[in-house]
Design a protein around this ligand. Structure first.
Ligand SMILES: [Mg+2]
Length: 310
């Protein structure tokens, strides 16, 4: 059973109530507390030693990553973080200074985005560290961006560069909160997600369970220099293009806008975020499937790579 099948099994028929606008299945849950023109966002996410970081990862980076992953999901809804809770499970022998440094990493990032750390829980966990954060955010209700909402013909955009995350980006990335809020305010993306599992896999979440498809232009994919170096030096067995399509933890924004907004968006973005790349990589289409187009022909892709030539 894969992760998505498990989530489907666990969330089927769960209790809900009239406050819930969006339950499981988007980047954050969306809650209506009756505050005019405002919705609240809830997200929880954990990092585990040996899975998301290693025994020699600097503790500040462990803390940074744990909060940044949550903030990236708040960004994906167009929202702003308000407060966070921390749950930390530690092996029985631990260095207090190591734990203090994890907190320092969390707090340094929280401070930049005015996110209050309002409580937590520490417990033991034999063997390895687990760090879970829960974040509360908010968003103007008419600017909350969901994963569903893309329509055929919409242009597909991605921020930054893809595929080099394991070279270090996954520990040090800055969540795209400023960019996402700006996008939500000025260009009303029809759908948005942050890239945690790789472009090819995460894009499917914008296609409403394969009700839609997408055409991707191979030359438009922003492959990170780190992905090219890792492929060349044999550090990643995949070619750089495939790493950019399928490697996880890029934490860039993937979103759609009506095609007629594309040029204005690219122009305004260059003015507002001159140091961050924004790429139009293709468009949404009616027919299901992800098709990668180049001057050599077309190939269909799935989460793991190319399926076949079409
Ligand atoms: Mg996400």
């Amino acid at each position: 059973m894969n992760e998505f099948d498990l989530i489907r099994l666990l969330t089927r028929g769960l209790t809900t109530n009239s406050h819930v606008r969006v339950g499981p299945g988007d980047d954050c849950a969306v809650i209506d507390l009756g505050v005019p023109n405002r919705h609240f966002l809830l997200k929880t996410d954990a990092v585990v030693e040996g899975v998301h970081f290693t025994a020699d990862t600097p503790p500040e980076q462990i803390g940074h990553k744990a909060l940044a992953r949550n903030l990236s999901d708040v960004a994906a809804m167009g929202g702003r973080p308000i407060a966070a809770l921390i749950t930390l499970a530690l092996p029985e022998t631990f260095q207090p200074s190591f734990v203090a440094s994890i907190y320092a990493g969390i707090d340094a990032l929280a401070r930049r985005y005015e996110t209050a750390i309002v409580g937590g829980e520490t417990t033991t966990n034999p063997g390895r560290i687990l760090l879970s954060l829960t974040v509360l955010g908010s968003v103007p209700s008419d600017r909350c961006i969901l994963r569903r909402g893309a329509t055929p013909g919409n242009a597909l955009f991605v921020t930054g560069q893809l595929g080099g995350s394991l070279a270090g980006h996954h520990l040090t990335f800055e969540p795209r909160l400023a960019e996402a809020e700006w996008l939500a305010t000025h260009f009303h993306p029809t759908a948005m997600i942050d890239l945690s599992d790789g472009l090819a896999g995460d894009l499917r979440h914008l296609l409403r369970d394969d009700a839609l498809g997408a055409d991707i232009l191979e030359t438009a994919i922003p492959i990170s220099p780190a992905a090219r170096i890792r492929a060349r030096e044999g550090l990643n067995p995949k070619p750089a293009l495939l790493a950019a399509l399928t490697d996880g933890e890029d934490f860039e924004l993937l979103f759609t806008v009506p095609a007629r907004s594309s040029v204005a968006l690219l122009d305004a973005w260059k003015e507002r975020f001159p140091k961050t790349r924004l790429s139009c990589i293709g468009k949404i289409r009616k027919e299901p499937g992800l098709v990668l187009r180049s001057n050599r022909g077309s190939r269909e892709i799935n989460d793991h790579g190319y399926v076949h030539f079409t």
